[in-house]
Write a protein that binds this ligand. Structure first.
Ligand code: T3D
Length: 257
C-alpha cells in the first residue's frame, strides 16, 4: 500500500496501525497524515477488519506536529485538512478504535489518543498538552475532549501549564481507560482489540455514534437518538444471533453483520 510512515497489519479481525517515524518521535508530517488517512480509510472499507489498534513505533506514541515542517502560512488549512479530518475519521469509524500509548504523547499526539475509543497506556507513557509552550492553542479536539474527560479545572491547568502527566495520573483522572506494565502493553492492547473484533461490530459502531451524539444533546434529544440507533441495532444479524444464543444457552458467534 506504499505507506512509508505508517505500519499496517491485519490479523484476527484487527488492523494494527503503527505511527512509524521513531527518530522524530512519530511527529506528524504531511506525508504521515496522508498515510494515516489512507490506512484508516482502508480499515473502514475492509469488512474483515472489525477493530483498529493505533500505536507508535519506538519510545514515543506521537510528539504532535513535526515542528521542523510546520507551515506557518497555511496553519488553518493544515488543521482542517489533516488534524480535523483525522479526528473525524477516528470518531466516525464504525468499528472500535483501541489506542496503545507506548510512550510520550505530546501536542496533537496526546489529542489523537484522546480521540480513540479505548485508550491504554504503558506505565512510562506521559501526556503533554505541549501547545502553550510554543504559543499555540490545543487542537485536534483537545479543547473539546479534555474538559469532558477530566473537568474544567484539570483541563485548564493541563492546557495552560503544558506539564507532563503520567499514565497513572491520566487513568486516575478518567482521561484514559487503563495503565499496563510497559512490557505487557502490546499484548494487552492486542488482546482487547481482538476481543472487540469478535463482538457485534455494527452494534459497537452504533454505540460509538450514540456516545458521540450524546455529548452535544440534551436528555430528551438523546432519548430520541437511542431509539433510532436501537432500531438499527435490532435489525442486525448479530443482534438476532446474540438473542438466539442467549435463549439457547450457547456462546454467540458474531459475524459483524
Ligand atoms: O499547522 C500546524 O501544523 C499546527 C498544528 C500543531 C499541532 C501540534 O501538535 S503543536 C505541538 C507540537 N509538539 C510539541 O511541541 C512537542 C515537541 N517535543 C517535545 O516537547 C519533546 O520532544 C518531548 C517532550 C515530546 C519528548 O522529549 P524527549 O526529551 O524525550 O525527546 P527529544 O530529545 O526532545 O526528542 C527526540 C528527537 O525527536 C529530537 O530529534 P534529534 O535531536 O534527536 O534529531 C527532537 O527534535 C525530535 N522531536 C520531538 N518532537 C518533535 C521532534 N521533531 C519535530 N517535531 C516535534 N514535534
Amino acid at each position: 500500500m506504499g505507506w512509508s510512515t505508517i505500519g499496517y497489519h491485519c490479523a484476527d479481525g484487527v488492523a494494527t496501525v503503527t505511527l512509524n517515524r521513531p527518530d522524530k518521535l512519530n511527529s506528524f508530517t504531511a506525508d504521515m497524515h496522508r498515510d494515516l488517512a489512507g490506512a484508516l480509510d482502508q480499515a473502514a472499507r475492509d469488512d474483515s477488519v472489525r477493530a483498529l489498534l493505533l500505536t507508535g513505533a519506538g519510545r514515543a506514541f506521537c510528539a504532535g506536529q513535526d515542528l521542523s515542517s510546520l507551515d506557518m502560512t497555511h496553519v488553518g488549512d493544515t488543521i482542517e485538512i489533516h488534524y480535523n479530518a483525522l479526528v473525524r475519521k477516528l470518531r466516525s469509524l464504525p468499528k472500535p478504535v483501541v489506542c496503545a500509548v507506548n510512550g510520550v504523547a505530546a501536542g496533537a499526539g496526546a489529542n489523537v489518543a484522546l480521540a480513540c475509543d479505548i485508550v491504554l497506556a504503558g506505565r512510562s507513557a506521559t501526556f503533554i498538552q505541549a501547545f502553550c509552550k510554543i504559543g499555540l492553542v490545543p487542537d485536534t479536539g483537545g479543547t473539546w475532549f479534555l474538559p469532558r474527560l477530566v473537568g474544567s479545572a484539570r483541563a485548564g491547568a493541563l492546557a495552560l501549564l503544558g506539564e507532563s502527566i503520567t499514565a497513572e495520573q491520566a487513568a486516575a483522572w478518567g482521561m484514559i481507560w487503563q495503565v499496563c506494565d510497559d512490557a505487557l502493553l502490546t499484548e494487552e492492547a492486542g488482546a482487547l482489540a481482538r476481543q472487540l473484533a469478535t463482538q457485534p461490530t455494527k452494534g459497537l459502531g452504533l454505540i460509538k455514534q450514540a456516545l458521540n451524539r450524546s455529548l452535544a444533546n440534551d436528555l430528551d434529544t438523546q432519548l430520541g437518538v437511542e431509539r433510532e440507533l436501537q432500531v438499527a441495532a435490532s435489525r442486525t444479524e448479530d443482534c438476532r444471533e446474540g438473542i438466539a444464543a442467549f435463549l439457547a444457552k450457547r456462546p454467540p458467534v458474531f459475524t459483524g453483520r
